[in-house]
Each structure stands twice: as C-alpha cells, then as structure tokens.
Design a protein around this ligand. Structure first.
Ligand SMILES: Cc1ncc(COP(=O)(O)O)c(C=O)c1O
Length: 391
C-alpha cells in the first residue's frame, strides 16, 4: 500500500552501484563489463540531450513531430512507405503478425529457434490464434527456399492449416541470413500470396557485416521489425515498417495491447540518436572486430565455438570444454564480468579492460595452453542441436 512516510524516507535511486550517474558522464557505464546481451547497452549523453530537446506532443493523436519524423526517417532508410514506433521488439513482431493475419485457420512458418516461437510468451498463439510451425534448417545455419517449400502449407484442403506468413529472423543468434536466400524465399512466397515478415531486431548487424544493404533486405519483406534498444544503445523502442494500410492497422493493434504512447518524443529522440550515431556513425564495426578477437582468444586456448562468428555474438562451446555454466558465470563475476553462459554478446559498449579480463578468465577456465587438437575456426555443434539464447 502507498505510504507517504515510506515515499519520503526512500528517495528515488539516481546512481549506479558504483555511485555514478551514467547520464551525467561519458565514463564507461554498467554495460562495459556485461557480455550477457546487447540489450544491456545504456543510453548516451547525446541521447539525453536529444530527449531534452524533443517535442512533447501526443503520439496516440499522431501529433508528435519527433516521433513522426523518426518514423518517416526509418521508412525512408528501409525503403518502405510507412513506419510505426513500438515499445519493444516483441511488440513489433506481435503487432506486425496480428496486423497481417486475418483469422484462423492460419499458420506462421519460421525457423525453429525463432524469437517469435521460443521467446515471445506464446504471443502468436494467444494474440493471433495462429499455429506456429518451426522448421529446422537442413544446413544447420539458416532457412532456405527448399526448407520453406517442404514445410509451408499451400492447400485448400479443410484438414490443413495454411501458411499465411513466413517470418524470418536476421540476425539469428548472431548469424546472418543471406540476402540471396531472402530473395528466393520472397519470390516464391509472393507468387503464392504468402506474406513475408522479418524479425530484424538485429538487422543492423547483418548490414554492418556487409551481408547486404538495409533497403535490399527490407525489400524482400512486407513488414520488418527493427530494434533500437539492443546494439544501438537506445533505452526503449523498436519500429515496424511496411505499407501504409498495414501501418494503419498496426496502429490500431498497438493501441489494443496498450502500446499507444502519449509523449513518445522522449523515446523517439533517443532512438534516432542510436540509429544516427551507433549504426550510421559506424560504432558497430568495432564490436564485430572485438567479437572476432574474443573468438580467437578462445580458440587460441584450444576452445571450440558452437557457431561461426558473423556479427556481434560469440558462442563458446563450454560443454565441449567440460565447463559448468554456473561455474563459468561465478568465475566471471569474481573478475567483475557478467555472463549468462557460453554465449557472449560483444556490443559496442564493452570496454577494452573487459576484453582483457575475459582473456584471463578464459585462461583460468580452460587451463592455460590447453589444446584439444581442434583446428582454429572449427565449429563443433550443428545449429539444429542448439537452443538460441533469450535476448
Ligand atoms: C531476434 C529478437 N527479436 C525480438 C526480440 C524482442 O525484443 P524485446 O526484448 O525488445 O521485446 C529479441 C530480444 O532480444 C530478439 O533477440
């Protein structure tokens, strides 16, 4: 129950555990030693400046200039007619899928490791009443047209649950879905009237890795969801892009699940700085180099990787190295690093000091000079055996 006494006795916390208010300074923030995910990146002083200068009008009334301008900026960057700010990547996917799907019987086809299937609280089932069919890629890396053709349901048989949407994810666990494969799948889907959605929470990373241009990828899809609060460092927000009619319906659905924001400029302003300074400003490139450096450190000590390093994620095969996950997390904590297990996300705020401590940690857990005879660069477990991590 609300108590005035308690409220006055406990002032709102304004600083981190080290006593620093990271808004007030450009010194490394709490994310600099944190490899759990890129969602831990914290907003920058420039984001705070942008927030302090943003417009403060109501976005449910579609009146806020900062938000409208972000939406048209992203629409033009991705080559889609319109865009809609949403609160999170999950909301972006769920609103988009709900906007596309009309009514059962209907199904969504995706990779079996997809975020929409594994990590969105069953939202596609509860919000759309749709069957989600997860497909294991035969190549162990990414879905191909052949996987899609084999598993999509294109049928008017009353027993069937037709595929209405193909939902792809790029990057998926840090690995890149090749542009050419997107094009092949899109051409096949379009001929059959199947809608293409992309969970592009980290599409920025694939683009920076040189896999294709943002517009080229987005051109393969009827809708794309992109996140501002992962590697780009904004505190809140994602965006969906697509045709005007789709965005109009999405606005309605967003409202129905409580995602209509009032003074949304405070979200949009920081998001825009994330796009301009982190993505367009070239900060992600270094994080990819650092990810490769981390992989090399591990492999030089004889460790194996579960996946190739293609963007900002490094999957250490700790099982092969007989390292207990909890022990690794504890050992990391002792040297001031945060980890969730063998998956390391090397975002742009990871400090050089963190990379050095990580090397020391690897030596400790692997035993210096250990060699298991696996040549550098070898990947140990096929992707279909892998469960991709949460965030
Ligand atoms: C690929 C992918 N899509 C969507 C999401 C959901 O994003 P959010 O946590 O903002 O809901 C995540 C979260 O990490 C993700 O990795």
């Amino acid at each position: 129950m609300y108590s005035k006494a308690a409220a006055s006795a406990a002032p709102a916390p304004s600083s981190t555990s080290n006593g620093q208010n990271n808004w007030a300074t450009d010194t490394p923030g709490p994310a600099s030693f944190d490899f759990r995910s890129d969602v831990v990146t914290t907003p920058t002083a420039n984001m705070l400046r942008a927030i302090s200068q943003c417009t403060l009008l109501d976005d449910v009334f579609v009146e806020d200039p900062t938000t409208k301008s972000l939406e048209s900026f992203i629409a033009s960057l991705t080559g889609h007619p319109a865009a809609l700010l949403v609160l999170s990547g999950t909301m972006g996917n769920q609103v988009a899928l709900r906007a596309h799907l009309q009514g059962p019987p209907h199904s969504v086809l995706c990779d079996h490791r997809a975020h929409i299937l594994e990590w969105e609280a069953g939202g596609v089932a509860s919000l759309c009443g749709a069957l989600v069919k997860g497909v294991v890629p035969r190549n162990g890396h990414h879905l191909t047209l052949e996987d899609v053709v084999k598993n999509a349901v294109v049928s008017e048989d009353v027993h069937a649950c037709p595929t209405r949407v193909i939902s792809l994810e790029n990057t998926l666990g840090g690995t890149v879905l090749p542009l050419e494969e997107c094009r092949r799948i899109a051409a096949w889907a379009r001929e059959r009237g199947i809608i293409m959605h992309l969970d592009g929470a980290r599409l920025w990373e694939a683009v920076v890795a040189g896999a294709g241009k943002l517009e080229e990828y987005c051109d393969c899809f009827d809708s794309v969801s992109l996140c501002f609060s992962k590697g780009l460092g904004a505190p809140i927000g994602s965006i969906i892009v697509g045709p005007e009619a789709f965005i109009k319906r999405s606005r309605w659905i967003r409202k129905s699940i409580g995602g209509g924001l009032r003074q949304a400029g405070v979200v949009s302003a920081a998001a825009r700085v994330g796009v301009e300074e982190t993505f367009l400003g070239g900060k992600l490139e270094q994080s990819h180099k650092n990810a490769k450096r981390v992989a090399k450190m591990w492999q030089d000590l004889g460790g194996k990787l579960q996946y190739p390093v293609e963007t900002n994620m490094v999957w250490l095969d700790i099982e092969d190295a007989s390292i207990d996950e909890d022990r690794l997390i504890e050992a990391a904590e002792k040297v001031g690093l945060r980890m969730m297990g063998g998956r390391l996300v090397v975002h742009y705020q990871v400090s050089d000091e963190a990379l050095q401590r990580l090397e020391g940690l690897m030596k400790e857990v692997l035993g210096k000079g250990r060699s298991n005879g696996v040549p550098n660069g070898e990947v140990s477990i096929p992707a279909e055996d892998m469960k991709i991590n949460v965030e």
